[in-house]
Write a protein that binds this ligand. Structure first.
Ligand SMILES: [Zn+2]
Length: 93
């Protein structure tokens, strides 16, 4: 017998966004309901988190516009009648 275990996160369980600084590894959690400002830089070491200019890989969208679209989509999806869950890879359990 084989038992398969998979882990899912319902979108309604997502309550915050955490930023981890690539320089000092400090973490900053922002509750989704209070996400009214973009955290452009690390509050600890001032390393840039979010670029307001288009990024090289697309040349059309900035980090800021991608993050704002993600937050808006996440917020809008909370109201859908269908329940959407995201599956985690096995390495993240
Ligand atoms: Zn930092």
């Amino acid at each position: 017998m084989t038992i398969e275990q998979r882990t899912f996160i319902p979108l309604t369980d997502i309550v915050g966004i955490e930023f981890e600084c690539g320089h000092c590894q400090s973490r900053h959690l922002i509750p989704l309901k209070r996400f009214d400002r973009i955290l452009y830089e690390c509050p600890n070491c001032h390393e840039q988190f979010i670029s307001i200019t288009p990024i090289e890989r697309t040349l059309t969208r900035s980090d800021e516009s991608i993050l704002r679209a993600f937050i808006k989509a996440l917020d809008d999806m909370q109201l859908l009648k269908v329940k959407i869950r995201l599956e985690l890879s096995e390495g993240t359990k």
